[in-house]
Design a binder for this molecule. Structure first.
Ligand SMILES: [Zn+2]
Length: 316
């Protein structure tokens, strides 16, 4: 039986076991929060509190994470354990294309680029050697851009990283301020991404894509506010890596039924479905598809088309 048929059947049956076996992608995954809560609980032999149904924005989410989970898996060992869990999840969920992001601070915490690369390559080989793994270097929007641009070579010159991203709060600086970072990334032929249009507007998404030459946008859901911006994204093949549970739990989307992914999809924007911070939102990839199907957001066939888009990526 082909994957499309099994995937659609699994959605209509609500069959999680079947969904787990289907090849999927996760392209918006903050590695240090990329493991499953249950996996971490088993490894640490403790149980974490359930996340609230809604967080008080990004800040509320960070606060909850810092007090409820981080104290039990902190420092170098804690980060390494969470990375291991992220690869274990890729194996469990048959994630055959995985894009995970890592920050310079995390790389330094484990002893710099060489030890970092060994560690991550080791987990990749151990858990999901058949998965196409695309590491992403991410900077927080509040970073010192000149300093980070100067330091970028030591992280990207080995060719380990495939893409660059900026996360951690929008509209902290004008988009132009990030140009040195993205110009340097371009010289290393990195795919250019940014977190934008999660809290920010459709116009923010268009401007960021235009000014920084973004190939992909993490979130970008508020592009749905503007037909012109959606046309711009569709015409330019800019992919939006959408994370429905993250949006609903942080209050950036009202609910699953009316999640912006529906309008974006219907307007020809290329979208993918991803986890963002699995350890916090506790909804793994197969559950994201199932939740959207059960809410009536998109049909099984539409969700399958999105699944296939995630497997292919822009450059195939
Ligand atoms: Zn994110």
């Amino acid at each position: 039986m082909n994957n499309k048929k099994v995937f659609c059947e699994a959605l209509t049956e609500g069959n999680t076991e079947k969904l787990l076996k289907i090849p999927k992608s996760d392209l918006h995954n903050h590695s240090v929060k990329g493991c499953r809560r249950k996996w971490l609980e088993e490894r640490l032999n403790l149980s974490f509190p359930e996340p609230p149904e809604k967080f008080d924005g990004l800040e509320g989410m960070q606060k909850w994470f810092s007090s409820s989970i981080k104290p039990y898996c902190t420092g170098k060992d804690g980060i390494i354990l969470r990375w291991e869990g992220a690869f274990a999840e890729a194996k469990r969920n048959n994630i055959v294309r995985l894009c995970m992001n890592f920050g310079p601070d995390e790389i330094e915490l484990v002893g710099g680029m060489d030890s970092f690369t060994d560690l991550i390559t080791g987990f990749h080989k151990q858990y999901c050697p058949g998965t196409r793994f695309e590491p992403e270097l991410t900077y927080i929007s509040a970073c010192d851009i000149d300093h980070e641009t100067g330091m970028m070579d030591k992280y990207v010159s080995s060719g380990f990283f495939r893409s660059i991203d900026v996360c951690g709060g929008e509209n902290i600086k004008p988009f132009e301020a990030f140009l040195p970072l993205y110009r340097k990334a371009e010289r290393y032929h990195l795919i250019k991404k940014m977190h934008v249009g999660e809290s920010g507007s459709a116009e923010d998404v268009r401007r960021a894509a235009d000014i920084l030459g973004l190939n992909e946008v993490h979130h970008g859901i508020h592009a749905r506010q503007s037909v012109e911006v959606m046309r711009f994204l569709a015409d330019n093949g800019v992919i939006l890596n959408v994370c429905p549970s993250s949006n609903v739990m942080l209050g950036y989307a009202e609910d699953y039924k009316d999640h912006p992914i529906k309008v974006l999809y219907e307007n020809g924007v290329k979208v993918t479905i991803n986890t963002d911070d699995l350890l916090i939102f506790d909804s793994s990839v197969e559950n994201e598809y199932l939740t959207l199907y059960n809410a009536g957001t998109l049909s099984a066939e539409e969700l399958n088309e999105i699944r296939i888009n995630g497997l292919k990526g822009k450059y195939e």
